[in-house]
Design a binder for this molecule. Structure first.
Ligand SMILES: *Cc1c(COP(=O)(O)O)cnc(C)c1O
Length: 359
């Protein structure tokens, strides 16, 4: 069988993974109970804290981000939580919590609108919630929520845990966990961290661990307390995806040597460039001022046949995404997160221009 044709990914995950990172994954395996593994885990652990600007423990789960989104609910919510929704991924987290048997008060914003702090304040004042679920960067609508304003509200409700889906923000958008007082921030490997899918990260605050101690039925595989006690010993509770840990080890070096601030700036420049392009040809979907710098959700104002555009792009070696769910026809999405350069993005935008002329 021939290998699949090489195509460059500009989708909101999985994203392009540099060849060095892919090669690192194919290095010979080590046992997961030996000293080499402990050394590896002990090297990774402090740099994950730097990556997330936190002193909290950062757990590594062998699962995609959804595994830890579910784990956060199972570990930290006994009965009731509040979910801010503004698109497909935030709605899905609320659904995950319901599927875990929790009572979920949903506070919705229209798709394309942000979750606003005043709305949250009103709802928190009227209810008794153990936690609030917020998506930092809503990948279905290309919107970044005003996380620091939301954090300000939550400071006035110290008993309510602040749980954040940072899946398409960590590694691309500023996310300072301790400054914002985030109890749990969750990220997937295959988004702005530019690793292959298969592992996920969660920073967990001390008070969240305490809360977990009072929750029964946390499960086994993603029990935060069991994961922490292993992490403290330089171990994992079960066999991890060892190749992913090799890749994470390398990628942490590269991310931190680029520098977090520089990485955020690069993503801001990628976002700005993509928006300028999109506005000259189409329009933007999310509310002005809340557009994401890791992906752009373009309003299909010219009514182009997105599936034809995507097919023509694929034949030239580029992949972008169509709209998500109910936005399938109305929008399309360009992911620009991870290790991408402005030149690489420009190359894609030039090819889309060529394709548009011929559609
Ligand atoms: C991709 C994505 C998820 C799901 O993450 P998986 O790693 O695929 O489980 C959740 N939230 C957001 C915002 C996403 O973009």
């Amino acid at each position: 069988m021939n290998p699949p044709t090489r195509r460059k990914l500009f989708i909101p995950g999985p994203v392009e993974v540099r060849p060095e990172v892919r090669e690192r994954m194919s290095q010979p395996l080590i046992g997961h109970r030996g000293t080499e593994m402990t050394d590896l885990l002990n090297r990774i652990r402090p740099r994950l804290r730097t990556l997330m600007s936190t002193r909290n423990e950062v757990l590594v789960g062998t699962c995609s981000g959804s595994g830890l989104l579910e784990a956060a609910v199972r570990n930290l919510v006994k009965q009731r939580c509040l979910a801010l929704t503004c698109g497909a991924f935030s709605e899905r987290w609320a659904q995950i919590a319901r599927d875990c048997g929790r009572e979920v008060q949903v506070v919705p914003a229209e798709w394309g609108e942000p979750n606003l702090p005043d709305v949250l304040r009103t709802h928190l004042g009227g209810g008794d919630y153990e936690a609030v679920l917020v998506v930092h960067n809503e990948s279905s609508t290309g919107l970044t929520n005003p996380l620091s304003d939301i954090a300000t509200v939550l400071r006035d409700f110290p008993d309510v845990l602040f749980l954040v889906d940072a899946v398409t923000s960590l590694g691309g958008l500023p996310l300072e966990v301790d400054t914002l007082g985030i109890d749990v921030a969750i990220a997937s490997a295959q988004k702005a961290l530019a690793l292959p899918p298969g592992i996920a990260l969660a920073s967990v605050s001390e008070r969240a661990f305490e809360r977990a101690g009072a929750v029964t039925g946390r499960g086994f595989y993603l029990d935060f307390l069991r994961m922490r006690s292993s992490a403290e010993k330089g171990q994992t509770p079960s066999t991890p995806s060892i190749p992913h840990l090799f890749a994470l080890d390398l990628q942490l070096d590269d991310i931190l040597s680029e520098g977090l601030e520089q990485r955020w700036k690069r993503h801001a420049a990628l976002g700005a460039r993509c928006r300028t392009w999109a506005q000259e040809r189409f329009a933007l979907f999310p509310h002005k001022g809340y557009e994401s710098n890791t992906l752009t959700c373009v309003r299909n104002s010219r009514g182009v046949e997105v599936h034809r555009m995507r097919r023509a792009l694929a034949s030239r070696g580029f992949v972008i995404s169509d709209g998500y769910g109910k936005l399938r026809q109305q929008t399309f999405r360009i992911g620009h997160m991870g290790d991408l350069t402005e030149n690489e993005l420009q190359e894609l935008l030039d090819v889309i221009d060529e394709v548009l002329e011929k559609l």
